[in-house]
Design a protein around this ligand. Structure first.
Ligand SMILES: O=C(O)CCC(=O)C(=O)O
Ligand SMILES: [Fe+2]
Length: 322
């Protein structure tokens, strides 16, 4: 990869603070009503044979020696995993349609991803039901190596990203800057057919975050996303990643975040959220997040109306209660 293809790095420190004030002043107007959906989530929309994993590296294999969770071994947590055939063709078609319909709620910004619709589980009953399905959560938990629930904060739970090439109407380059996510467990699902766009590669740095250098491409890899519906699962708070500009066609993706209810650690920081949502909206969200993270696992699963997913069910030793 040559230098002209280098992605910018998302603001840190003071830059993120400035963005928080800018976002406070530039709140987007109230969103239009979401489109009506005729599609309903059913567990049969997941491939009966389960997904095929073409690449799995634990956090230990990425170079981490200490686990971000006091009660879970670093060798068991997935750092990245390339996931194929998680959904049936019908499910991918449904997700593509929902993502395309949700674009009328999308906003443009200077944030990591320039064009996206956030909080999509609140806008789509299909996505809402999918994220609360025990079968779906169990499949993602198996990929992650730890039991998962949907991320408690609605805005950060699910988003659809839209990437187009530069044009007269859209002179700004749309890309996903180099960044780490504000959430730990993140499933990045490519919805467009890779043959329908040029560029838009999902890049990641294949080592720990403290070894990241945006100008040193030797540790960068491209995720193997070959079909619509293919996904890269990442421990997003500990893996630098980004999406290169789309040169032609369009690229849509669905990004879902999860939380391990047997842990209380969370990667999100007030200023990370505020740089996205502005300060006033972040205050109540932040308090709600802190309260949610402190509920025990049994209550978190009960809140979803499903039987708890356990470490034993994933073939792992129990994590100490916390
Ligand atoms: O669009 C993608 O494939 C991933 C984007 C991403 O990293 C994010 O939304 O945090
Ligand atoms: Fe990301």
């Amino acid at each position: 990869m040559d230098r002209t293809n280098t992605l910018p790095l998302f603001e840190r420190g003071l830059g993120r603070l400035k963005l928080a004030f800018k976002s406070t002043l530039q709140r987007t107007p109230k969103l239009p009503a979401p489109p009506l959906e005729h599609l309903q989530w059913q567990d049969s929309l997941m491939a009966p044979t389960g997904p095929l994993i073409s690449d799995r590296r634990t956090l230990a294999e990425l170079g981490y020696t200490r686990s971000p969770h006091a009660n879970i071994a670093v060798q068991t947590i997935t750092g990245l995993s390339a996931v194929h055939g998680l959904f049936t063709h019908d499910a991918v078609a449904a997700l593509q349609r929902i993502a395309a319909d949700l674009e009328h709620c999308a906003g443009d910004s200077d944030w990591i991803i320039s064009r996206r619709t956030r909080g999509v589980t609140a806008l789509s009953p299909f996505l809402h039901a999918m994220m609360r399905s025990r079968a779906f959560l169990l499949a993602i938990s198996r990929i992650a190596g730890v039991p998962l629930v949907p991320y408690p904060l609605l805005n950060a739970r699910a988003q659809v990203n839209y990437f187009y090439p530069k044009s007269a109407e859209q002179p700004r380059e749309q890309l996903g800057m180099w960044h780490t996510d504000g959430t730990h467990y993140v499933l990045n699902i490519l919805l467009s057919d890779p043959s329908d766009f040029i560029g838009g590669e999902f890049l990641f740095h294949n080592r720990t975050i403290d070894t990241f250098d945006a100008l040193d491409h030797r540790t960068f890899e491209t995720a193997a996303l070959a079909e619509p519906g293919d996904a890269l699962f990442i421990y997003g708070s500990h893996l630098f990643h980004g999406v290169r500009p789309v040169k032609s066609g369009r690229r849509l993706s669905l990004v879902l975040s999860f939380h391990c209810p047997y842990t209380t650690e969370d990667a999100n920081r007030f200023w990370h959220l505020a740089s996205d949502d502005g300060i006033p909206a972040t205050l109540p969200n932040w308090l709600h997040l802190q309260w949610s993270l402190r509920r025990n696992a049994a209550r978190q699963f009960a809140g979803l109306g499903i039987e708890p997913i356990t470490f034993e069910e994933l073939g792992r030793a129990t994590a100490p209660a916390c």
